[in-house]
Write a protein that binds this ligand. Structure first.
Ligand code: FDA
Length: 501
């Protein structure tokens, strides 16, 4: 907590020396609420009782970010960096701890994208959204793609910091696997790039989760090759058709499919929706599905051929009947949200899936369940190559509960549904520790406590090893090197590694 010692007036005075006053939004300003809400995705973290920022800096230049860090340190005001605001636990704009006083450093205006088509590379500002990146890549060349998430309003800054998984990951890995340089403002307010930040910090920012190591201003990424025409399908099966059988088989089949085929399952309203992206034409997809998964009964009639960029529209809206320009729309639906996630190493037996369906999926609080296959490139990257260690699982599970009605009753029902199903899955999912992807932030796993003036490493291991396994210690060692005073801190930031005794 910094409440006791923060000097907010001094902080504002210091900021004003380097940042135009119109970019510093205090709660007294009319602009404060709309700016705060501009990229809030989880309404749970704007309910009364959550701590709001002391002020918001809407940076438009790297120097504004440097000034915010320097002034924050000088006047003991902590900073939460926000790029796209999609953190599941609202960590970029709110705190559940009333003693955590902080300013939000909003990067939405730092979203330039410049493409070097001859080298298939791009520099992307952290404030850009995935949709803006997809759109810009395709506008430069229809055969450019980028492996990242399936939701176009997710911010590049948080997403690449935590990994970045999506429809191209079986072929090309995570977003973070395709980062080749980055510009970071460190805890001293210095601007660093790959060669000046050193190997360890460059390793840590590519998957170690946002906030802990500094503020990443921009990323140089490798654009990947996609064909001019790709094919998608969405095939729904009801429970009393064959949904449970198909999911049972899908568990072993999907991770072993050729890398050009990504086949996920969305379970909602008692239906399983099998959604595919194939990097090729309809004919090739039909052949592949017949060879690997005939039971799904996919035929030519299910094919929808389109450009890759259009497929990113399809993956979010479940229809391609929208112009590609929807990718540029930064607004997104607001709802109350709780997500828990897991990984699966061995197919769950049919009977167990049937039992879970009977007990949980018929309830009105049932969440959207997403099953996303790994395998392919995901499984061929060593777990220590980046902080993201969960490379060898068959697939990831997400219980994505979102609702629109306010009130504690609705909240409690949803939370207990998600937590209950997570508990019941214990025998069938990852173990020792439960493996969780840091971009699916979950404060149920544990939150930080202080030991002296810094975050406790021993306490943080409880949640940290679930996200990072053996990489957690290395992340803490990097933290000790780059931010030994633990300035960049939140409920689940990486703690400095205590000196060996
Ligand atoms: P936000 O701005 O909230 O930041 C997240 C965290 O990173 C915060 O702790 C923040 O302080 C920190 N941070 C942000 N910018 C930073 C910067 N520039 N430098 C340092 N730290 C920074 N994931 C996935 O892999 N695949 C998917 O398909 C999806 N889909 C999806 C859909 C929806 C609707 C949501 C809400 C989320 C997802 N995600 C996802 C999860 C997503 O990848 C994750 O929430 C990202 O961290 C979001 O990045 P933002 O910049 O939007 O978040």
């Amino acid at each position: 907590s910094s409440s006791a010692s923060s000097d907010v007036d001094g902080f504002i005075g210091c900021l004003s020396a380097g940042i135009p006053p119109s970019l510093i939004h205090t709660p007294a300003a009319n602009s404060y609420s709309s700016l705060l809400m501009s990229s809030v995705r989880n309404l749970r973290y704007v309910l009364p009782g959550t701590t709001r920022p002391l002020l918001i800096v809407a940076a438009t230049e790297p120097a504004h970010v440097q000034a915010t860090v320097v002034c924050g340190r000088r006047h003991s005001v902590r900073i939460r960096t926000r790029s796209g605001g999609h953190d599941y636990e609202g960590l970029s704009y709110a705190s559940v701890d009333p003693d955590q006083h902080f300013a939000v450093l909003d990067l939405a205006e730092l979203r330039a994208i410049s493409i070097d088509a001859s080298r298939s590379e791009a520099w992307v500002g952290s404030g850009a959204t995935l949709g803006e990146l997809y759109y810009a890549a395709a506008a430069a060349n229809q055969t450019f793609g980028f492996p990242a998430g399936n939701c176009p309003t997710v911010g590049v800054g948080g997403h690449l910091s935590g990994g970045g998984f999506g429809a191209l990951s079986r072929k090309y890995g995570l977003s973070a696997d395709n980062v080749i340089d980055a510009v970071v403002v460190d805890a001293e307010g210095r601007l660093l790039n790959r060669s000046t930040m050193g190997k360890d910090l460059f390793w840590a920012i590519r998957g170690g989760g946002g906030e802990s190591f500094g503020v990443v201003l921009s990323w140089k990424v490798r654009l990947v090759a996609v064909p001019e025409t790709v094919t998608v399908f969405s095939i729904r099966r009801l429970r009393n058709e064959s949904a449970v059988d198909l999911i049972t088989k899908w568990q072993a089949i999907a991770p072993a499919l050729p890398r050009d085929l990504y086949l996920r399952v969305l379970v909602q309203n008692q239906q399983a929706n099998f959604v595919a992206l194939f990097l090729g034409r309809c004919g090739g997809l039909v052949d592949t599905m017949r060879g690997h998964f005939p039971d799904l009964g996919m035929t030519e009639r299910d094919c929808q051929e389109m450009s890759w960029v259009k497929s990113t529209v399809f993956f979010f809206y479940n229809t391609a009947d929208r112009p590609t320009e929807v990718l540029l729309d930064r607004r997104s639906a607001n709802y109350y949200l709780k997500v828990k996630s897991d990984h699966v190493a061995e197919p769950i037996p049919r009977q167990a899936l049937e039992g879970i369906w009977t007990k949980w999926l018929e309830q009105p609080e049932a969440a959207l369940i997403m099953l996303d296959p790994y395998g392919g490139r995901m499984g061929s990257i060593p777990p220590s190559a980046t902080p993201f260690p969960h490379r060898h699982y068959l697939y990831q599970f997400q219980f994505f509960s979102f609702w629109f009605e306010n009130g504690t009753a609705a909240l409690e029902r949803r939370l207990s549904w998600v937590r209950g199903v997570y508990e019941d899955l214990t025998p069938f999912v990852s173990k020792n520790p439960r493996a969780v992807y840091v971009n699916y932030r979950d404060l149920d796993l544990g939150t930080n406590e202080l030991e002296g003036n810094v975050t406790s490493y021993a306490k943080a291991r409880v949640w940290g090893e679930k996200y990072f396994k053996g990489n957690f210690k290395r992340l803490a060692a990097v933290k000790s090197m780059v931010d030994p005073d633990d300035f960049f801190r939140n409920e689940q930031s990486i703690p400095p590694l205590p000196a060996a005794k």
